[in-house]
Design a binder for this molecule. Structure first.
Ligand SMILES: [Fe+2]
Length: 291
C-alpha cells in the first residue's frame, strides 16, 4: 500500500503528493485517498515519480471515478506529446492563454488532463494554473448576481483568441477542427462529480454572454476574466523531468508562458480522461496546427 503524504500548493487549490507507488492495480485505500485529494484540490503534483503510459492512463480514469476492472483493456495512446522536439508534438511553440481543453465541446468533454515530464531541459517553461471554483467562490457579489442565472456561448474562434492575446505575437493561435457549432453553457456551472460551482468562462473559448447586448455583455465578460486571472492566484508548476501532474480540466484553467522551438527540450506526455471515442478514429486531438 502506498503511504500517501499530501501538502497544499496554494491556500485555494493544488496538492503535492508524495509516497505514491505507481503500480497496477492500486489498492482500494490508495484509490480512495487519491480520488478525495483530486476532488478537493483539483491539481495533484507527483514530483520525480516515473510512470509509464499505462499507469498514467489507468490513474487518469480512476481519478474521475471510473473503475478499471481490466487495465489491459485500456486504450493506450503513447504518441500524444506536448513537445518542441517530437515531430508530431502538439503546441510546439508559443505562449498559451488560460483555457480549459475542449470547453466548446458538448460531446467530448475533457474531465481530466495529465502530463508526464518525459524529456525536460532547463530552464523549462512552467505550466500555470488557476482555479475556476475558487474564482466563483470569491466572485464579488455584484458580479455574481449579474451572471448566476446567465449562460455563455462557447466556441473556438481564432479571431477572438487573437484579440484576447492583446497583440502578444508569442501567443500560439491554433486551429481546431471542432466539428461542432456554438454550445451554450451556464456561467455558474455545476461540477458533475463534486457538485461545486465553477465560473465557467475562459480566455480561449468563451465568445460572449448569451442573450445580452454586446455593449453590456462584453465588459461583463471582461470583468469575469479579469477576476479569474487576477495576479497572485496562480500556481506555476516548474517542470523537472520525471514529474507527473494531473488536474481537473473543468475546475482548473491552465496556461503557459512562451516556449521556443530552439529552447530547452520540453516533451510532456499527455492523457485525457475519459478517452473520447472520436479520437480513436482520427488524429484530431494530436494534430494541432498553428494558424
Ligand atoms: Fe490545453
Amino acid at each position: 500500500m502506498s503511504a500517501i503524504i499530501a501538502k497544499d500548493l496554494t491556500p485555494a487549490f493544488g496538492s503535492e503528493v508524495s509516497g505514491l507507488e505507481p503500480q497496477i492495480p492500486l489498492d482500494a485505500e490508495t484509490i480512495a485517498t487519491l480520488r478525495r485529494l483530486f476532488d478537493e484540490c483539483g491539481l495533484l503534483v507527483f514530483r520525480n515519480t516515473p510512470v509509464d503510459i499505462k499507469f498514467q492512463t489507468y490513474l487518469s480514469e480512476l481519478l474521475i471515478g471510473n473503475d478499471v476492472p481490466d487495465p489491459d483493456a485500456l486504450y493506450i495512446n503513447d504518441k500524444f506529446m506536448i513537445s518542441n522536439r517530437e515531430p508530431k508534438g502538439a503546441a510546439p511553440r508559443g505562449r498559451l492563454l488560460f483555457h480549459s481543453d475542449q470547453m466548446w465541446s458538448a460531446k467530448d468533454r475533457v474531465d481530466l488532463i495529465s502530463l508526464y515530464g518525459k524529456d525536460v531541459g532547463q530552464p523549462a517553461t512552467p505550466t500555470i494554473f488557476v482555479s475556476a471554483v475558487d474564482a466563483w467562490e470569491t466572485l464579488p457579489e455584484d458580479l455574481r448576481k449579474k451572471v448566476e442565472h446567465r449562460s455563455a456561448i462557447q466556441h473556438y474562434d481564432p479571431e477572438v483568441y487573437r484579440k484576447r492575446a492583446a497583440g502578444d505575437t508569442d501567443v500560439l493561435v491554433s486551429t481546431y477542427d471542432t466539428g461542432e457549432d456554438f454550445t451554450t453553457t451556464p456561467i455558474a456551472y455545476t461540477h458533475p462529480r463534486t457538485g461545486k460551482t465553477i465560473l465557467y468562462v475562459c480566455q480561449q473559448t468563451t465568445q460572449k454572454i448569451a442573450d445580452m447586448p454586446e455593449e453590456e455583455g462584453e465588459p461583463l465578460l471582461e470583468a469575469l476574466l479579469d477576476h479569474l486571472y487576477a495576479s497572485g492566484k496562480e500556481f506555476a508548476h516548474k517542470w523537472q523531468e520525471g514529474d507527473f501532474i494531473v488536474w481537473d480540466n473543468l475546475a482548473m484553467h491552465h496556461a503557459r508562458p512562451n516556449v521556443e522551438i530552439e529552447g530547452p527540450a520540453r516533451t510532456l506526455r499527455k492523457t485525457i480522461a475519459p478517452f473520447p471515442k472520436s479520437a480513436i478514429k482520427g488524429p484530431k486531438y494530436d494534430s494541432i496546427v498553428e494558424a
